[in-house]
Design a protein around this ligand. Structure first.
Ligand code: PEP
Ligand code: MN
Length: 338
């Protein structure tokens, strides 16, 4: 951290900052320039950050040198994190195609989607058993019965399953079934939930809050990492903007920005981002091009009859052609579909 003093800061004020640093076991390295003095704080970052520099007389401003998300940052972990889920990998050149319905509605519906996803070469299955619906009157998911159907689909297809956890009270039950725990956009800053999934040994797919900045997403990941769970997959799923042509606005620039600052893998959810099935393929291809490590795509055997998000779901009959296009683009970039 660098503490920049005001041009008219006195010697006493400079010494006061140095003394306060010494008080927390840190050292202040004083550089005197022609106009301003800068004090470099050297020592334990957590201790230093407890000091109220902005309130100290003579201090102009404080500039952090390290990112506030120290575990998620590339500064402390330069290599890409690769996450292994069953035989599938994500990150470091391995690309994951995760597909399935928004919600598990019935065994017949889910099995059909799962079989076709497997036949098309998907890496993992998605599906919601606990659904975060805007309206309390909408279908809320099948709960544990939905998880059981997903487990049966995993049994038959061999594909790992990704499903959302909404409530810390359901951690145990979701852990009994899920290979990857999803935290949805509406819970990105549910810090208690983040801390709970930080304590378990299961990869977490953390979706960006619809109104969260990239830094806020990385700070949310930090809550999980801090508890000891290092398997965090970030997900860009569209943010709120003034544009109404799509459900949200897919922030494509977030992918290279996150990958520049963080070692964690990033997947894109073009289904929720756009809300429109015809936009899923072009934005998926764009996501591959900007360096995403995977895609999370909604499919349905009969989108017209879907209980949730039918308009953005690809009919399962079209998924094989979609997957072929994705594989072509992934391989064109020298990567492989995992
Ligand atoms: C989902 O993936 O099922 C979902 C509800 O997504 P989001 O949290 O991004 O809205
Ligand atoms: Mn959905």
């Amino acid at each position: 951290m660098m503490i920049i003093m005001k041009p008219d800061a006195t010697e006493e004020q400079i010494q006061h900052v140095v003394d306060r640093l010494a008080g927390v076991g840190a050292r202040g390295h004083v550089s005197r320039g022609e106009f301003v003095t800068i004090i470099g704080a050297i020592g334990d970052r957590e201790q230093i950050s407890t000091l109220p520099f902005d309130a100290m007389p003579g201090v102009d401003r404080v500039m952090p040198i390290l990112k506030p998300y120290k575990l998620a940052s590339r500064q402390t972990h330069p290599d890409d994190t690769v996450i292994h889920v069953g035989s599938c990998s994500l990150g470091g050149g391995a690309f994951a195609l995760i597909a399935g319905p928004c919600s598990v509605e019935s065994e017949e519906q889910y099995m059909k989607a799962a079989r076709l996803a497997r036949d098309a070469g998907a890496s993992m299955l998605r599906g919601g058993a606990y659904k975060p619906r805007t309206s309390p009157y909408s279908f809320q998911g099948l709960g544990e019965d939905g998880l059981k159907i997903m487990a049966a689909a995993r049994e038959e297809t061999g594909l790992p399953i990704v499903t959302e956890l909404m409530d810390p009270r359901d951690v145990e039950i979701v852990l009994r079934y899920a290979n990857v725990i999803q935290i949805g956009t509406r819970n990105m800053q549910n810090f208690q939930l983040l801390s709970e999934v930080g304590k378990v040994e299961r990869p977490v797919l953390l979706k960006r809050g619809m109104s969260a900045t990239i830094e806020e997403l990385l700070m949310a990941a930090e809550y999980i990492l801090k508890e000891g769970n290092s398997d965090v997959i970030l997900c860009e799923r569209g943010i709120r903007t003034f544009e109404t042509a799509t459900r949200f606005t897919l922030d494509l620039s977030a992918i290279p920005v996150i990958k520049k600052h963080s070692h964690l893998p990033v997947v894109v959810d073009p289904s929720h981002a756009t809300g429109k099935r015809d936009l899923v393929l072009p934005l998926s291809l764009a996501s591959v091009a900007v360096g995403a490590d995977g895609l999370l795509v909604e499919t349905h055997p009969d989108p017209e009859e879907a209980l949730c998000d039918g308009s953005q779901s690809l009919p399962v009959s079209e998924f094989a052609a979609f997957a072929t296009e994705i594989r072509r683009y992934v391989e064109m970039g020298g990567r492989r579909l995992s």
